[in-house]
Design a protein around this ligand. Sequence first.
Ligand code: GRF
Length: 218
Amino acid sequence: MPRRTAILISGRGSNMAALIDAAQRPSYPAEIALVLSNRPDAAGLAYAESAGIETAVLASKGYLSREAFDKALHARLNEANIELVCLAGFMRVLTKTFVEAWRDRLINIHPSLLPLFPGLDTHARAISAGVRIHGCTVHFVRAEVDQGPIIAQAAVPLLSADTEETLAARVLAAEHRIYPLALNLVAAGKAHVVDERVVIDDARTERAGEAVVSPEFE
Ligand code: GRF
């Protein structure tokens, strides 16, 4: 049985769309059972609805505290019998209690090669730092923001002519490739956390996910 998975969004939802599309393949080990947004105007909600997926809005403005919001979120996920949760542009810091309740069942995508550039404005910071290689990371979530065992990463070149926008677009294309790959590994039970590092069951599966490079350079 595919694992019942929720995607949490706050906006555009392009990673959400990539996960929805991947999960439509019959052999995919996860089923997107719920898309939940903390903002009623998140553009991604319309795509999820058009794909026939249950959607929910939990407006963060309506809650007095972070704890109260996370408690309602936890209840909503349980009500939908959710087993795995993917954060996809979900612009909220989650409480330690929530993160611990979903330990090793909660994953996030971040637009940098972690542990480099946690936090916001990753593309501008990569350009200022003068790095030649930039990228994205899918990781299990821990209470510290943008930390946690790494499941998959993709590298893209940073070119001299890059602006924040051109770099963001190149990284985003890579995000859309590795997020479905990472969820596949987790949902199939092939990615295990051992001593706060991810161990992938078999070498062939692991090689399939390594060092994805920007499409135009393949
Ligand atoms: C992505 O760059 C993701 O890495 C970051 O927020 C952005 C969300 O974009 N966490 P989208 O909503 O998936 O299009």
